[in-house]
Design a protein around this ligand. Structure first.
Ligand SMILES: [Zn+2]
Length: 132
């Protein structure tokens, strides 16, 4: 991240509380209190982001699981997933088959984008012996 460049006439302000700063030109905070406050805020924002992504992934997984039910695979429309709250930008990993189809997985549940508005929902079969 680029550091802000301050001209000498510019009034620098504390990154934490926004009060004007005096003293050294590389100063960013009034004092340790403001520095700690700011750093804690940055950390909290990072934790929030991680939590939000985790929640979105778990929700995606839950939606795939509940739509699939006991079936091995099922075709549904993207719109259906979106209406359930599915967020296509979040997935844990992808799997590309030898036929160059790329499945997007949220944990052990995945989907393959099909023609038009459809996706094919599948469940990963890790624990089955491969006979093919
Ligand atoms: Zn301050």
């Amino acid at each position: 991240m680029a550091e802000p460049v301050w001209s000498s006439n510019e009034v620098r302000t504390c990154l934490s509380c926004g009060k004007p700063l005096k003293g050294r030109s590389d100063k960013k905070f009034c004092d340790d209190y403001c520095r700690n406050n700011y750093n804690n805020q940055v950390k909290a924002n990072t934790n929030n982001y991680v939590r939000n992504v985790n929640n979105a992934l778990r929700k995606n997984r839950h939606i795939l699981e509940s739509l699939l039910g006991i079936q091995e695979m099922i075709k549904v429309s993207k719109q259906r997933l979106i209406s359930e709250g599915f967020q296509f930008k979040y997935h844990t990993h992808t799997y590309t088959t030898t036929k160059a189809s790329t499945y997007f997985f949220c944990y052990e549940f995945g989907y393959l984008p099909l023609e038009g508005d459809l996706v094919l929902i599948v469940k990963k079969k890790d624990h089955q012996p491969t006979t093919s």
